[in-house]
Design a protein around this ligand. Sequence first.
Ligand code: GLV
Length: 376
Amino acid sequence: VTVRRPVTSLDDFRDLARRRLPRPVFDYLDGGADDERTVQANRDAFARVVLRPRVGVDVSRRDQSTDVLGTCVNSPVLLAPTALNRLLHPDGELAVARAASTFGTVFAVSTSASVAVEDIAGASTMPVWFQLYMANRDATSGTLRRVAAAGVDVVCLTLDTPVQGFRRRDVRNFLTFPPRLGPTTWRAFLSRPLWSWRYLRAEPVTFPNMTHLRERRSSLNPSVSWRKVAWLRGQWKGKLVVKGVTRGDDARRALLAGADGIIVSNHGGRQLDDGIGTLDCLTDVVDAVDGRAPVLLDGGVRRGTDVVKAIALGARAVLVGRPYCCGLAARGEAGVAEVLELLRAEIDRALALVGAARVADLDTTFVGAAPAAPLR
Ligand code: GLV
């Protein structure tokens, strides 16, 4: 008998994914822009905030459910849009959608998803959001009609991607979309036979939500300004969330353009390097928004205590990307479910230990700045 070592943190899922995936695919998932300092900044920002527990609080009944844009989620953790989930597991986005629905949270489907949004929505019993890059007006109008017909009522516009960030690992690994078996990649394929066998047998991985566009790069548009966001607002009857904001003044502009929600995000450190960690700019954004819309955050969330810190600093909820991708790569739908469950259990324990029975009880009194030098 082989005994499966218990998974004790999201880091363990990262290890499982690294062992399952060929290097170029793992690096695409795990890596970031340039020297990956923004990736690190997201983690460091959480490490610099400490928790200040309240004791003597009755925490025997704890509740982490919350409302996000009219949807009650079982835990304040949503699934961030990520590209091409079928590279990670043959079930791809369908597995993610099913796990999110069973758990009771929202999956934000990427424009670059590898399963059609109609099929993902069909596999979901929870609302799905659609992440949009604004290509040009015709393509955008077409996409909006399509996602509305699929039953999506929240579009999440990503603004941190006027051009593609430079991912050194992908270049060095000769990564193509989709990855192809060839002279520069055969060693990577050979090193992960199970993955390769499944990948080569499956339908080719494509971008079925960008059929009207010639290629992925053409979905990026460096001319998207707030004026175009306001145009989009006029085109879209559902809710509009603006993602990729790291400044209070931009959050105000997003609200002026008609946004119903803000996601503080730097694309998981995959776009601009040497950017500010998302938790480091959360307060600026929350103050600017001043309660007029929910503020969400992604980037570097790896622990239940991270979720508690973000909510204490004013986020309504967080999104995770890489962690559920690692769960998917390791164990398909069950792996995504385990990632969500692990975070839920960590949040539950963190709430009990900080003395907050409900996420709504969290406020800035629960956090402080880590001392610059260790206390003696
Ligand atoms: C896609 O948006 C990516 O970051 O790879």
